[in-house]
Design a protein around this ligand. Sequence first.
Ligand code: OGA
Ligand code: NI
Length: 318
Amino acid sequence: MGSDLKQNGSSRELEVPVIDLQGSRGERRSVVVQQIRSACVEWGLFQVINHDISPALMKKMFQVAKEFFDLPMEEKWKYSSSERTTTVDLFHGYGTKEFGTKGALDQGDQLRHRTLPLSARAYEQWPSHPPSFREIEEEFTQKHHKLKEHLFELISESVNLRSSFLNDFFGKDYAQTFLINHYLASVEQTPCMGLQNHSDICALTVLMQSISGLQVMKDGEWVSVELIQDAFAVNLGDQFEILTNGLYKSPLHRALLNSSERFSVGVFSCPPDDKVVTPIPELVAEFPPLRYKASTYAQYRTEVMTVPDMVKTLTPDL
Ligand code: OGA
Ligand code: NI
């Protein structure tokens, strides 16, 4: 396939599905539900446009992200968590991460908050500079809560379950996490990794990128998630792969460094820690055999984070 490869190592021919959510609460609903089903079966990742989160808010979020990450290190560290990072719980608040790559280590920093349930918020980790940061994060994550409810309805319908199935299953106490990834510009000629291959542990990730860099694995090749103005990339996480008994994929994805500084802002929806996640009986009946074991979300995280390649061993060869 060598001649088909672009310089960034991705294939030319494959294109990540783009789903227009316009009319998805009305006359276009069944069309959108079908598009979601095929995107989830084939990719586990798609982009959405006309999703009801205003371009102005997306822009403001990127602006305050940039202003925050431009602060001196010692200012940013004020928002780090005093809890130590363990292998099973990623740090919250501000932190840096050395992203290991073959041959080189890339530096990046991140800001991660638990935003829902409200009781999980640690406001001392929310930047007070720039002054509008908190208000914008609040509005942004609130809008994402609404978008998550809508996407969960569409995804439920796409596997022939009642609309409210997934929202009910995750419950009022579902966990929403907000994350800003900040990647430094790469000076290398060849593509460098900003974030290694991984699948997301949660159920659903909705992410916006300031400039391109996100790639998804499709049929053994890396495909770039092209930057589309005002779109979000939506990818399924491991919990949806388990719930659908493998019908839907939690895809491997990664982020390449760009030649300019890059931000991505992701909002993750996850089950509460004590929720037992197991394949939905109707889907096991439709696509037997049972392919995943039941575990609470907390147990699953512990296993994945402590046993390397656990995700791969959980992912069946279909
Ligand atoms: C993530 C992720 C991709 C990106 O944070 O889980 O996959 O483009 N980020 O930053
Ligand atoms: Ni990810």
